[in-house]
Design a protein around this ligand. Structure first.
Ligand SMILES: Cc1cc2nc3c(=O)[nH]c(=O)nc-3n(C[C@H](O)[C@H](O)[C@H](O)COP(=O)(O)OP(=O)(O)OC[C@H]3O[C@@H](n4cnc5c(N)ncnc54)[C@H](O)[C@@H]3O)c2cc1C
Length: 353
């Protein structure tokens, strides 16, 4: 009998498993892929909070950036210099380091093992996976934006989906500057991004609810010129919004599964690691008190993480609405006016918390 069974060895799941194991809980971490960290579905751009929250070393760090250029539809840009730098990581190595921490802390890990369903039994859950059936007191869904655990637990998730399509490309880039390109012709519901790894290599991507690859080609050709040689493809789904509830009896969701994502940028690693800290604490309290009810888990998890992250999510939804519901001419105008408020914008926290 496990105290906690965590589904998904992304950053949120590995961190949850690590922290639960460090608190003395008996943990099983399962991951459907045979290898952790692949396929990469991320740009790997994280705020200054990443080192403290994740505990990772400098090894997976590829670049440090401290400027962002916001391009309006008329290709004018506003450049902001951040007070604190942001970090560009090798996401595969980042995930592998976190997975290593979970195992080192004592969590048992099974890769190539998919969560299938669970059944409620008196005093525990019976979890069926592709590698057999396991018994656990608590089940944590850290299984990403299309969470099977959320479906099995009948937890409703927000339906705003964006497809992120990205390729690692060669060109001429400013190594300390991230670019964000806005406009109906570039990305009607999101933006195009250029995140440099070095002077000649960058992660170039776009978010769109449909035809993401077509928008990407157009954007990359505009930014880098034609003809474009195909780079390494890294893409995935971004789910946005504030989930109504992330806990039910004996089950909690964390990370992308709980929509702990900045809606304006799609960034979810920092929020997911904050979620992992709170959910592992809730697991500890629940196992120690023997209370696995929805009311207890809502009080110790759902309300706790929302008190830290819901205002950031709401602000992110507002920024997203302003940037994408306005016609292009207001964005051009807004970008010109914003130059006067550079000092205010430069003091903003990229995590909105
Ligand atoms: C193109 C793109 C770019 C992005 N760029 C950034 C960025 O720069 N910065 C940032 O902070 N965020 C970024 N994100 C978002 C970021 O990738 C996610 O927020 C982050 O990966 C969430 O971590 P997680 O651990 O919650 O989920 P995931 O990383 O999705 O991990 C979930 C894990 O669960 C496993 N799994 C799924 N189903 C099952 C199952 N049934 N059984 C067992 N295992 C299962 C999966 O294989 C996966 O390993 C980006 C997303 C996209 C799509």
């Amino acid at each position: 009998m496990y105290d906690v069974l965590v589904v998904g060895a992304g950053p949120s799941g590995s961190k949850t498993a690590q922290l639960c194991a460090l608190m003395g809980l008996k943990v099983l971490l399962i991951e459907r892929n045979k290898k952790v960290g692949v396929p990469v579905q991320c740009t790997g751009l994280f705020s200054h909070r990443i080192f403290e929250l994740s505990g990772v070393s400098n090894k997976p760090l590829l670049n440090v950036v401290d400027k962002a250029r916001f391009y309006s539809p008329n290709s004018q840009f506003l450049e902001l210099k951040s007070r604190k730098p942001a970090y560009v990581f090798d996401r595969k190595q980042f995930d592998l380091e976190l997975f290593g921490f979970a195992k080192k802390a004592g969590a048992e890990a099974k890769v190539g093992t998919s969560f299938l369903e669970y059944r409620e039994k008196p005093g525990y859950l019976e979890v069926e996976t592709s590698s057999g059936t396991f018994e656990t007191k608590l089940l944590i869904g850290a299984d990403g934006p299309n969470s099977s655990v959320a479906k099995a637990a009948n937890i409703e998730v927000p339906q705003d989906l964006i497809v992120g399509y990205q390729e690692t490309l060669h060109g001429d880039f400013n190594p300390d500057t991230v670019e964000l390109w806005f406009g109906k012709g570039t990305a009607p519901e999101f933006f195009g991004w250029v995140v440099p790894i070095s002077r000649d290599t960058a992660r170039v991507g776009i978010g769109a609810s449909k035809s993401a690859q077509a928008y990407f080609r157009k954007f990359a050709e505009k930014r880098l010129g034609t003809p474009l040689e195909k780079g390494t493809i890294e893409g995935g789904i971004i789910r946005r919004g504030l989930i109504k509830r992330s806990a039910t009896e004996r089950v909690m969701l964390v990370g992308d599964a709980a929509c702990q994502v900045k809606p304006y940028s799609g960034g979810g690693v920092v929020y997911g690691l904050i979620g992992a800290k709170i959910v592992s604490n809730a697991c500890f309290l629940s196992v120690k008190s023997g209370d696995f009810s929805e009311a207890f888990l809502t009080r110790h998890y759902d309300r706790q993480w929302k008190s830290q992250l819901s205002s950031g999510i709401r602000k992110g939804l507002l920024i997203d609405w302003l940037a994408h519901k306005s016609p292009d001419w207001t964005l051009n105008f807004g970008a010109a006016v914003s130059k006067k408020f550079k000092f205010l914008l430069e003091s903003m926290d990229m995590d909105l918390i």
